[in-house]
Design a protein around this ligand. Structure first.
Ligand SMILES: *Cc1c(COP(=O)(O)O)cnc(C)c1O
Length: 347
């Protein structure tokens, strides 16, 4: 069984679903944009909507080119395959998605070694950790080629200076640097910086449209032409060359135009929820659109059931359960959830 399918109740009967921001469904305006999309065969380079999306995201992040992918996993994988060859090595934070949640695709399909870097407070990777992990030119070792960072990182917006220091350590050692920016705009929103500021420290950046931005599918990889041309070839090899993909790219364009600004609302709601949880005596912290709730020993099942009775779904069992705020969690739903949590923790 899919691990995610067992997390709490189904969406159908939920008034509030905190499991993930991937659960957002396209709104009416987005569906209208999809229905009206001008399309062509994108493998022939003839889908105007896909091209517009690729250009829009590249321009926004200050990069030369973009390539549209079905998923963030495919986009990250194509980036790794484009930067590295067989026997090369990618350095990546031990808890980053690329290392923990992408089925080691780069190793399976690319013969790329994945070297985990220790993550410190708030998940941050120190410049020193990067320098220490870069291998000397010696036949005992793979060739260190790429450093991958993530922002937001486990929901936390890593400050620009910190990102730059880590990225510069990689660059100084001759590595290319890739950003897994699945929640890129949550990061820029929280940091109050521009997209070009954050993207500027990286050679390639992968951005998900299907999380808080609310598109049903899609990610875009941006960077220099030379790397992106390779990524386009890898996309085809990975089976990701789509035809009239403008129908889904239109959702991404709509998201860029209409939903980036509202991410701040999600962050504000996360802050409110964390505040209410703490007032009720729970241990909770928030970062961007997430609240991390510490579950008292042995109480996960009771909390899950208590909330489910009120129509609130929470994520799977963990010491700290992640409550994710997104576009489909409005004030009314949040109020129901806050009341439910308060009841539970006050008794
Ligand atoms: C969601 C996510 C991805 C990509 O996931 P897909 O489900 O393949 O789109 C990559 N990195 C991070 C940090 C993510 O949260």
């Amino acid at each position: 069984m899919n691990a995610y399918a067992s997390m709490g109740q189904s969406k159908a009967d939920a008034v509030c679903d905190f499991r993930s921001d991937t659960l957002t469904t396209p709104c009416e305006g987005m569906r209208a944009a999809m229905a009206a999309a001008e399309v062509g065969d994108d493998v022939y380079g003839e889908d105007p909507t896909v091209m517009r999306l690729e250009e829009a995201l590249a321009a926004r992040l200050g990069k030369e080119a973009g390539v549209f992918f079905a998923t963030g996993t495919q986009s990250n994988l194509a980036a790794l395959l484009s930067h590295c060859g067989r026997g090369d090595e990618v350095l990546v934070g031990e808890h980053q998605h690329i290392r923990t949640s992408e089925a080691a695709g780069a190793s399976v399909l690319g013969g790329i070694a994945i070297w985990p870097l220790a993550q410190g407070v708030d998940g941050v990777i120190s410049a020193e950790a990067v320098r220490a992990a870069v291998k000397p030119d010696d036949t005992h070792y793979p060739v260190s080629r790429l450093l991958c960072l993530e922002n937001t990182l486990g929901g936390v917006a890593v400050p620009l200076d910190t990102m730059r220091a880590t990225a510069d350590a990689g660059r100084g050692a001759g590595l290319a640097v890739h950003l897994d920016g699945a929640r890129f705009f949550n990061a820029t929103t929280a940091l109050g910086c521009s997209a070009t500021d954050l993207a500027g420290a990286f050679d390639t950046v992968s951005v998900c449209l299907s999380k808080g931005l609310g598109a049903p599918v899609g990610s875009v990889l941006v960077g220099e032409w030379a790397v992106l041309e390779k990524a386009r070839r890898w996309r085809k090899m990975l089976g990701g060359g789509m035809r009239q993909a403008g129908v889904i790219a239109a959702a991404g364009l709509y998201a860029l135009e209409h939903t980036v600004e509202r991410l701040a609302e999600d962050h504000a709601r996360a802050e409110r929820l964390a505040g209410v949880l703490r007032e009720a005596g729970a241990t909770a912290r928030h970062a961007t659109n997430m609240v991390f709730l510490t579950i008292p020993d042995g109480q996960y099942g009771a909390l899950r059931d208590h909330m489910a009775e009120r129509g609130v779904s929470i994520g799977g069992e963990a010491r700290e359960v992640r409550l994710v705020i997104h576009r489909d969690v409005g004030d009314a739903a949040l109020k129901v959830a806050m009341a439910g949590f308060s009841d539970f923790f006050r008794v």
